[in-house]
Design a protein around this ligand. Sequence first.
Ligand SMILES: [Zn+2]
Length: 681
Amino acid sequence: MKKSNISLYLLAGLGLMATACNSGNEKSTDKQGRFISTAAMDSSIKPGDNFWMYANGTWNKNTQIPETESGVGAFHDLILGTRQNLKTILDEISAKEHKAGTAEQQVGDFFASGIDSGAIDKRGYEPVKPLLDKINSIVTPADVLTFVAERQTEATPLLFFQYIAADDKNSTQYLPNFLQGGLGLPDRDYYFKTDASTTETVAAYKNYVKKLLVLTGQDSTNASTTANTVYDLEKQLASAQSTNVQLRDPEANYNKIAVADAAKKYPRLNLTSLLSIMKINVDSINIGQPGYFKKLDELIASTPLDTWKKYLQVHVLEDAASSLSSDFEKASFEYDGTALGGQKAMKPRWQRLISSTDMLLGDALGQLYVKKYFTEDAKKRMMELVDNLGKAFETRIGNLDWMSDSTKKVAVAKLHTFIKKIGYPEKWKDYSSVKIDRTKYFENIVALNKFAYDSEVNKLGKPVDRTEWGMTPPTINAYYNPGFNEIVFPAGILQFPFFDPAADDAINYGGIGMVIGHEMTHGFDDQGAQYDKDGNLKNWWSKEDLAKFTARGNNLVKLYNSFTVLDSLHINGALTQGENTADFGGVAIAYDAFKLTKQGQDTTKIDGFTPDQRFFLSVAQIWRGKMTDASLRQQVNTNTHSPGMFRVNGPLMNFEPFHKAFDVKEGDKMYLPDNSRLKIW
Ligand SMILES: [Zn+2]
């Protein structure tokens, strides 16, 4: 299921779904250093020259990215460990029979249906044949739209994304949001850039499309022509799309419109019929990117029907490929895994299956996971940490020299209103109405997608349910959701290296403390700061304070624009502004909270490091990671998060206590004089 996460501000650009792996070179706690891995460090590098490299250099030098991965590191190790735990659960329950409709039966049988590659291979692409036949029978542009609307109800979006969320300007009510979509490449920019690596990616995409068509019996020449036709249509769609930087502007992407008016504005989209098929019965909708929908409206009429049919055929195959027989799966991997991610070999089937189980039956699997691997004690400890971080943040706001007292009051009121969710939801989704069959993997996916879609549209007209979660419990990530004004920490992230009940405070505050501070700051980054304490997109800033905040933000953009990742590839400061702001705040708030602990007041060394040094080393080691060039390029081009090294060095070079802790001096590469250090929160 494709999903647009535009409304959640995540900790990291990866979740349980992401590539995972164990480096094999490092254990999370090695013999020389407990909690801080001294073996990973490179003492030949001066901490003040490149702190990330000082903390992770030996690991970085000695670690190979395994063939089945596009990256490796602290996050990845934790993801793999968590997957192993989930496998233990799944192996055990899928081997037994359970009462129909129970979490055990659904999760166990779904897993069993997907692990049986022999049965899946035998079916080839037969599961999508009815859809392909339907496309063949299309005779009018209206039929194209009907087909698209029907696919939406199975949570396989074509041409646009749709999701239901709290109305940005009336956060107690749900509003359906329509967003640009329909591309096969990761971002609209890929259709217009002409550099060598983009050209290669485009060629790989066309080749992928061609392969899918050949696998359904087309001859190679026709398949090539079709791939070009589909690409050209996508390029036209892309030409009207907002850039990923423009997508970060909440006001620009809020265009609520009465359905009757939208129907007039986009006459060829048959909106009334579209919404009716999509079971969306409302007076108003949000059109995220009106320019895109205007273009789509034109293209529906101006593009030959035959081109549309080819487009639909290709996209149906792309959506289904990873759930079909192994030849389709392989084609999908060669594009998604290898061309885009630099991954050389596919992950074992069970790992891929865990991702899809988590995605489709997340609450059922999540229940079983927390029962076995999460303790109430961890939740209690986490609650204390969140409270301490909140207090530290409040003090920091009080001490800001650039903000007026009146704006500070509103900021603190927003901080006090945060909803805090830790571990797992208070109520679980009940999937028992979905029949999961041990022998029908593809049909199970369709049924679960339908269920997911229906659960979403059934919210319309009901009060906004703020108990809902946007991540599953085993996910190694966290988020801030501006519409709910909430910070959310799934059980998955409450593990080492982020959190360990046995570790000293420096480790936990530099780890999960930094994560908590990061999520809290998202409520006050350039996007989050536009929402008030009730989750409404509504200005609460004085004009002067907002101007000062914006000026600081602009300096942050400039700083990150100056960081080089690969040869000529620079971080996009505007795309990553919110995340970088959250990293700056995260480190500062976590540090202040750490200084309130007993160890924070102490100077006793552990493993040769002062408490402050351990705090900063913990920050640097949670962002230990290495990616393939392809994956790094894709991240820089499309992801709102900066690569790990810059998530550490960027904030620390601007942070006085870091300079003190490691005696950073003029002449050191990370040294910045006091008056040029950037401080936002
Ligand atoms: Zn974030």
